[in-house]
Design a protein around this ligand. Sequence first.
Ligand SMILES: *[C@@H]1O[C@H](CO)[C@@H](O)[C@H](O)[C@H]1NC(C)=O
Ligand SMILES: *[C@@H]1O[C@H](CO)[C@@H](O)[C@H](O)[C@H]1NC(C)=O
Length: 210
Amino acid sequence: MKLPSPKTILLAALASTGVLGFESVEDAARIARTLVQSESIGTLSTTFPEGHALAGESLGLIEYYAPCHNNGSLAVLFFGISLNGKNILASSNHSATFSLQAPPSRSAATKPRLAMMGTFEIFGDKYPQGDELRRCYLKSHPDAWWTPGSHGEGVHGATWARFDPQTIYFVGGFGGAHYIGYIPIDLYRRAVPREAEPDSFERLRIESDK
Ligand SMILES: *[C@@H]1O[C@H](CO)[C@@H](O)[C@H](O)[C@H]1NC(C)=O
Ligand SMILES: *[C@@H]1O[C@H](CO)[C@@H](O)[C@H](O)[C@H]1NC(C)=O
């Protein structure tokens, strides 16, 4: 018999400490996917590596992404020369955290947000679906005047990358009413995002109040 890894047990224990309001963890997974689908800018956080003057400190800066993968992974234009890029390259598994929030409102504390801890797959100049990815990325970011392979020389060695979330922490809003806790990664990957208007998160929550 294959025993679950300590990490699996830890995550299961953490998931069960999630505060359940009227949002179930399934609702939370759907809201998380809807948020990822409807936004295109998040905060990318990394940790400075050993040997750096800031070793162990964290860095968080806004970053573009595009929701071009149907399992909730993110398409990213990766800049190896950026500070976050350097930290990612220095980490053995290219790990980072992407955080997203619903569009700002007068009461941001009541809105869903999430942190996705995961790993980057950096493609260099060998990305098989370049054209498809470019079309998808430009839908989210029409201001991207250059993408890998589009024309001319590359920009600061930028390449396509994919961010695969591995652990998701979700805060639906105020506890008691909303789900606050970890979302099992399989649930997140399988969840189907809704077509979301920028301010539809209120409605999403009301719909889940059965
Ligand atoms: C997510 O989907 C992409 C294809 O769009 C695939 O390459 C990648 O391996 C998937 N990630 C995970 C963690 O399953
Ligand atoms: C990346 O590697 C570090 C150090 O080995 C480990 O602690 C962390 O859990 C890994 N992160 C992911 C997302 O796999």
